[in-house]
Ligand binder design. Structure first.
Ligand code: PLP
Length: 377
C-alpha cells in the first residue's frame, strides 16, 4: 500500500509536471515575476470558471478577507458576525481592522454558521456577515442572504475551503460558492482544493465599483501611479503561482470529483456505525467539495482514535480543537457558554481523515477498517 498522506500534493504534481515545469521556466525566462501575463490570464480564466465579473488576485486568503472588508469601507466599531467554528484567519482580520467580531454558533449537521444564531446576534452596529463554507460545503445562503437583505448587511463569503462547490438556491438557481454574496475571499494555500506552490489568494465580486476600489487597495491604495488615494496594502499573487494555478484550474472539477468519490466510499463504509456520524450532504452532491472529510465520534473516543490512527500510520486532524470564543485573543464578555452548545460539542467529537485527489481503495479500506475496529472496541 502507498504511504497514506493527509494531503498528497506529490501525486497530483506528477500528472501536471511537464506543464507546470515549463510554465514556471517561462516565467523565469520572461522575468515578469509580478503581475505578469500569467497573473492576468489566470484572473480571466478564474472569472470564466466562477462566472463572476471580477477576480482580484492577492497574496493569500487571509489578506483576501481583510481587503474585502477594507473595500466595503467597514469602520472600527462596526460589528461583523461570523462562525465560532472556523479557522482563526476569519476572525483575525475582523479584529485586526478594529471591527468588532461577533462569534455565533454553527449547525450540528453541516458545521456551518447557524442563521438563527445570526438573527439573535444582530444589533444596530452590525454591518456584515461572514459565512465560511466550512470543509467544502456551502453555508445556508438562502437564509443568510435573506437576513442580510432585511437588515441591510454585507455578506462576505470566506470561500477558502469550497472553491468549485455549487450552491442550489431554493428557487432552483445554481451558482458557484464565492459568487453568492457581495464579495468573497479564497485561498490558494497548497493544501486547499485549488492550491498553488506557495501562498496565494483572491477576492471575487460582481460589483464593479467595489472591484475597482479593491484593485487599488491591493496595490498601496494607488489608482494612478504614485497617487495614493486610500490606505492600502501590498498583496500580490506572483506569476509563478499564477502559472501553477493555470495548470490546475482546468482540473479543479475533476479534483473535486475525486474528493467526492473518496468521501462516498468513506461514508459507505461507515454508514451503519452507531458511534460514527458521517458528513451531512445536502440533496445535491455538488454542494460539498470535501476540503476535509470530517466525522463525529459520539462515544468519547475521539482523542484516543487520533492516537491510534497515528500509531497505525494514518494521518488525521482535529479541525478545530478549540472554539474561537475560548481563544485568548478573541474572548469577549458579551459571550455566554450557553450561546455555543454546538461548537462546544463539535470540538470534542470531530476528526478529519486523509482527503485528497490521490486516495485509492486499498488506503480507504485500511483507514475505514482501523477506525471502525477502534471505535467499537
Ligand atoms: C486557509 C483558510 C484561510 C486563510 O488562507 P491563507 O491563504 O492561509 O491566508 C481563511 N479562512 C479559512 C476558512 C481557511 O481555511
Amino acid at each position: 500500500m502507498k504511504k497514506i498522506q493527509m494531503v498528497d500534493l506529490k501525486g497530483q504534481y506528477e500528472e501536471i509536471k511537464e506543464q507546470v515545469n515549463s510554465s514556471i521556466l517561462e516565467v523565469i525566462d520572461s522575468t515578469a515575476f509580478i503581475n505578469g501575463p500569467e497573473v492576468q490570464q489566470f484572473q480571466k480564466e478564474m472569472e470564466d470558471y466562477l462566472d463572476v465579473k471580477n477576480v482580484i488576485p492577492c497574496a493569500n486568503g487571509t489578506d483576501a478577507l481583510q481587503i474585502a472588508m477594507m473595500g466595503l469601507g467597514l469602520k472600527p466599531g462596526d460589528e461583523v458576525i461570523t462562525a465560532d467554528f472556523t479557522f482563526a484567519a476569519t476572525v483575525e482580520v475582523i479584529a485586526l481592522l478594529q471591527l468588532t467580531p461577533v462569534l455565533v454558533d454553527v449547525e450540528p449537521d453541516t458545521f456551518n454558521i447557524d442563521p438563527e444564531a445570526i438573527k439573535k446576534a444582530i444589533t444596530s452596529k452590525t454591518k456584515a456577515i461572514v459565512p465560511v463554507h466550512l470543509f467544502g460545503q456551502t453555508a445556508n445562503m438562502d437564509a443568510i442572504l435573506e437576513i442580510a437583505a432585511e437588515h441591510n448587511l454585507y455578506v462576505i463569503e470566506d470561500n477558502a475551503q469550497a472553491i468549485g462547490a455549487n450552491y442550489h438556491f431554493k428557487d432552483g438557481k445554481k451558482a458557484k460558492a464565492g459568487v453568492l454574496g457581495h464579495v468573497a475571499s479564497t485561498s490558494f494555500f497548497p493544501s486547499k482544493n485549488l492550491g498553488c506552490y506557495g501562498d496565494g489568494g483572491a477576492i471575487f465580486t460582481n460589483d464593479d465599483e467595489l472591484a475597482h476600489s479593491i484593485r487599488g487597495i491591493v496595490n498601496h491604495g494607488m489608482y494612478e501611479r504614485y497617487h495614493h488615494d486610500v490606505v492600502g496594502v501590498n498583496s500580490r499573487l506572483d506569476s509563478i503561482q499564477a502559472a501553477v494555478l493555470r495548470a490546475k484550474l482546468p482540473k479543479l472539477d475533476s479534483y473535486n470529483k475525486a474528493r467526492q468519490e473518496a468521501a462516498k466510499k468513506y461514508s459507505e463504509a461507515f454508514k451503519d456505525q452507531e458511534y460514527i456520524v458521517t458528513p451531512f450532504t445536502q440533496s445535491s452532491a455538488d454542494t460539498h467539495v470535501y476540503h476535509q472529510y470530517t466525522l463525529k465520534i459520539l462515544n468519547g473516543k475521539r482523542d484516543a482514535l487520533v492516537q491510534h490512527l497515528n500509531a497505525k500510520g494514518i494521518p488525521c486532524g482535529v479541525y478545530y480543537p478549540i472554539p474561537l470564543h475560548s481563544q485568548n485573543a478573541y474572548k469577549d464578555e458579551r459571550y455566554n457558554e450557553s450561546d455555543f452548545p454546538v461548537t462546544n460539542q463539535l470540538v470534542k467529537e470531530v476528526i478529519s481523515l486523509p482527503m485528497h485527489t490521490e486516495l485509492d481503495d486499498e488506503q480507504i479500506n485500511y483507514i475505514t477498517s482501523e477506525v471502525i475496529a477502534f471505535v467499537n472496541q
